[in-house]
Write a protein that binds this ligand. Structure first.
Ligand code: MN
Length: 273
């Protein structure tokens, strides 16, 4: 697993505030991935599945298996609890797990969960594009977002060259999930996360055979956010209040049906809140 966001160099790309690249890993003969019940606030979790399966359950009663080519979008808002598990007999797993910070006016909204099995998908030459979030040309993702954002998966089966149109109002991040690519003349593989400042209207990409790129972008987020453990907030107080509610078993963070393992929050990283 590799964390591309946040890092010391880069905290956010638009409202995208967290990006883990999971796998590819082979769980054959092992127990797979199991993340016990944990809370979120003021963000959306965004799961893009490339290989394998993950079972999502949450405190709204959602019980959803996600399969390759699909997105799960969970809006935490005021508060939600979820678990993520490999189903029995898990084999390979390859996914991207992202968080989207909610703007202040939506941070306390009602929690929600949406499964998106059918996303806009098209091919150009040897490249298949899947629009995960936002708008690209005539295509629009069904994922309900609260900020101007894009998420785009680009997969090449053969060596490809393309010029990808960009929105000059957006900043972008490009993460190779498989293979190798050249971005605006620079070589990248899975060990690098390329960040582009706003102001570009396109980028030249060269993809090696069997390369997959994840492009995320958005308008620079207007307000600073705080992050601690699984909480995002527009103030440290908002996060401290949520953490106390989680520790107290407050009904703000309800049970996940069928789940018995509940994660413990580490101490808050700030004194005196
Ligand atoms: Mn989570």
């Amino acid at each position: 697993m590799r964390r591309a966001l946040p890092t010391r160099e880069r905290r956010m790309i638009g409202a995208w505030c967290f990006l883990d690249h999971i796998g590819p890993v082979d769980f054959s003969g092992r127990d797979g991935m199991h993340v016990g019940a944990h809370p979120h606030i003021a963000l959306q979790t965004f799961t893009w599945l490339i290989e394998g399966e993950i079972l999502h359950r949450d405190s709204l009663g959602s019980d959803q298996l996600i399969r390759p080519g699909q997105v799960n979008l969970m809006t935490a808002g005021h508060g939600i609890v979820h678990t993520e598990d490999s189903p029995p007999g898990a084999g390979r797993l390859h996914a991207a797990q992202l968080w989207i910070a909610l703007p202040a006016e939506a941070a306390d909204c009602a929690p929600a969960f949406a499964h998106h099995p059918d996303l806009p998908r098209w091919t150009e030459g040897a490249c298949t594009f899947t629009l995960l979030a936002g708008r690209h040309g005539p295509h629009q993702s069904p994922a309900r977002l609260y900020s101007p954002l894009i998420g785009l998966d680009i997969h090449s089966t053969d060596a490809s060259r393309l010029t990808l149109p960009l929105d000059p109002a957006f900043e972008y991040g490009i993460l190779p999930l498989e293979g190798r690519a050249t971005l605006a003349g620079e070589d990248f593989d899975g060990s690098a996360f390329a960040c582009l400042d706003p102001g570009r209207d396109s980028i030249d990409l060269t993809l090696a055979p069997d390369t997959r790129l994840l492009l995320i972008g958005g308008e620079p987020f207007a307000t600073p956010i705080q992050m601690a453990w699984n909480f995002v907030g527009h103030s440290r107080e908002a996060i401290a209040t949520a953490q106390r509610a989680w520790e107290a078993g407050d009904p703000r963070f309800g049970p996940v049906p069928g789940s018995t393992r509940r994660l413990t929050a580490p101490p808050l990283p700030w004194a005196g809140v």
